[in-house]
Ligand binder design. Structure first.
Ligand SMILES: [Zn+2]
Ligand SMILES: [Zn+2]
Length: 219
């Protein structure tokens, strides 16, 4: 299976230019078998949220709609999250295995330190990776707080210094993931992971990621 781990949609991520309908359609057409939508989940995104109503509700509604669209288009759409803690630090983290129930209190989650979230993730079967840790203005956090890091982020408008991320992951034995960080049409499908495992839901994906049952490919 060809799987994308890092994409955004415009309903939730103010930086995203593709609607959920467009994103799912584009990834199905690009030949992916599965797609994770990892919209931003942080205080700034809530402040800029224009959808009206409750942000967390909307966050999960988009994912439900995406899953339904995916069933129509023949692509499995799974729920991810790109979380940020506090107001001033711009580090981003990718999270796989988060549920609606566990994310109801955004203030609580986004007020945690990465260390606290690391414990929360461990207690709830959630995998916690730092996204593009060597991009400008990012600070890589102590490896013991992380399950892994994103070693291949192919966002074309940022230099994620992927070779440094890879060396860092190898030095500290961190699990490695890859993603397109897709925000707009030209970003679609530039990274993937490939697995022989048949992923049918988010628990399967967590299993595959946890046990390194995949290869990273650049597309
Ligand atoms: Zn973004
Ligand atoms: Zn992102």
């Amino acid at each position: 299976m060809k799987i994308e781990l890092h994409t955004h949609t415009s309903e939730i991520s103010f930086c995203g230019r593709l609607t959920v309908d467009e994103l799912v359609e584009l990834y199905a057409a690009a030949g992916y078998d599965a797609l994770v939508i990892a919209n931003h989940f942080n205080f700034e995104t809530v402040e800029k949220f224009k959808g009206g109503g409750d942000f967390v509700e909307a966050f999960w509604e988009v994912l439900d709609r995406a899953a339904e669209l995916g069933r129509e288009k023949g692509i499995l759409v799974l729920s991810g999250m790109e979380i940020r803690f506090g107001y001033s630090v711009v580090n981003d983290y990718l999270v796989y295995g988060m549920t609606k129930e566990l994310s109801r209190d955004l203030n609580y989650l986004c007020s945690m330190t990465p260390k606290e979230f690391s414990e929360f993730a461990g207690n709830n079967g959630i995998l916690f990776y730092q996204a593009h840790p060597f991009r400008n203005n990012m600070q890589v956090i102590p490896p013991e707080y992380l399950f892994g890091i994103e070693v291949q982020n192919t966002h074309p408008r940022h230099d994620s210094r992927n070779e440094i991320a890879l060396a860092w992951a190898e030095k500290y034995n961190l699990h490695k993931i890859a993603g397109s960080d897709c925000h707009q049409i030209e970003d679609v499908g530039s990274s993937a992971i490939m697995t022989d495992y048949e992923v049918r839901n988010i628990q399967d994906l967590v299993h595959v990621l946890k046990n390194d049952m995949y290869e990273i490919v650049k597309c």
